[in-house]
Design a protein around this ligand. Structure first.
Ligand code: SF4
Ligand code: SF4
Length: 63
């Protein structure tokens, strides 16, 4: 299963990935950076990677 890895240096906090994730897996952390908060619900669809305007998200194999 692939999961999103978010490059904190590249995330601008636009929130698009949070809005577009079909499974509500992403939220802002305390610094307004997108973070995966619900990995169990992530189905690896890659939507977040596709919609991120700064290419901050990379899908990577996990476990
Ligand atoms: S890969 Fe799909 S389900 Fe997982 S966080 Fe991204 S948009 Fe959500
Ligand atoms: S879409 Fe990209 S830049 Fe916008 S909040 Fe998500 S990771 Fe950050």
């Amino acid at each position: 299963m692939e999961r999103p890895v978010i490059d904190r240096e590249e995330c601008t906090g636009c929130g698009i990935c949070i809005d577009e994730c079909p499974n509500e897996c992403l939220e802002f952390d305390s610094e307004d950076i997108a973070t995966l908060v619900n990995a169990e619900a992530c189905d690896g669809c890659g939507t977040c990677e596709e919609v991120c305007p700064t290419e901050a998200i990379t899908m990577e194999e996990s476990g």
